[in-house]
Design a protein around this ligand. Structure first.
Ligand code: SF4
Length: 104
């Protein structure tokens, strides 16, 4: 029997992710070898750079899972930008507020 193209690949268990994280050298974590301020930057460009750097991180899935569980209030975690515990698509630049409020 062949796998359907609609099936998702098997996600690693949380336990296996934790085991993998314990074995990873900090020197392989982009947020440890680059300026950590990038992961909490005000500039949208720097935030996007941090997200790109996370893409090459060996513990990205674990980091994202942990950040979601902790409802991180701010910063880039696991390649996603968090604000007040939720993932948001991108940081808006500073400037005038919207003329029309966005529905929540
Ligand atoms: S995925 Fe997490 S641990 Fe890896 S670089 Fe990004 S913030 Fe750091």
């Amino acid at each position: 029997m062949t796998a359907s193209v609609l099936e998702r690949p098997e996600a690693p268990s949380l336990g296996s992710l934790h085991d993998r994280a314990d074995r990873v050298d900090d020197a392989l974590l982009p947020c440890r070898v680059n300026n950590p301020e990038l992961w909490f930057a005000e500039s949208p460009g720097d935030v996007e750079l941090a997200k790109e750097l996370c893409a090459g991180c060996p513990v990205q899935a674990l980091c994202l899972d942990g950040a979601m569980a902790r409802k991180e209030p701010w910063g880039v975690w696991g390649g996603q930008l968090f604000l007040q515990g939720a993932v948001i698509p991108r940081k808006r630049p500073r400037g005038r507020p919207r003329k029309n409020p966005v529905a929540a």
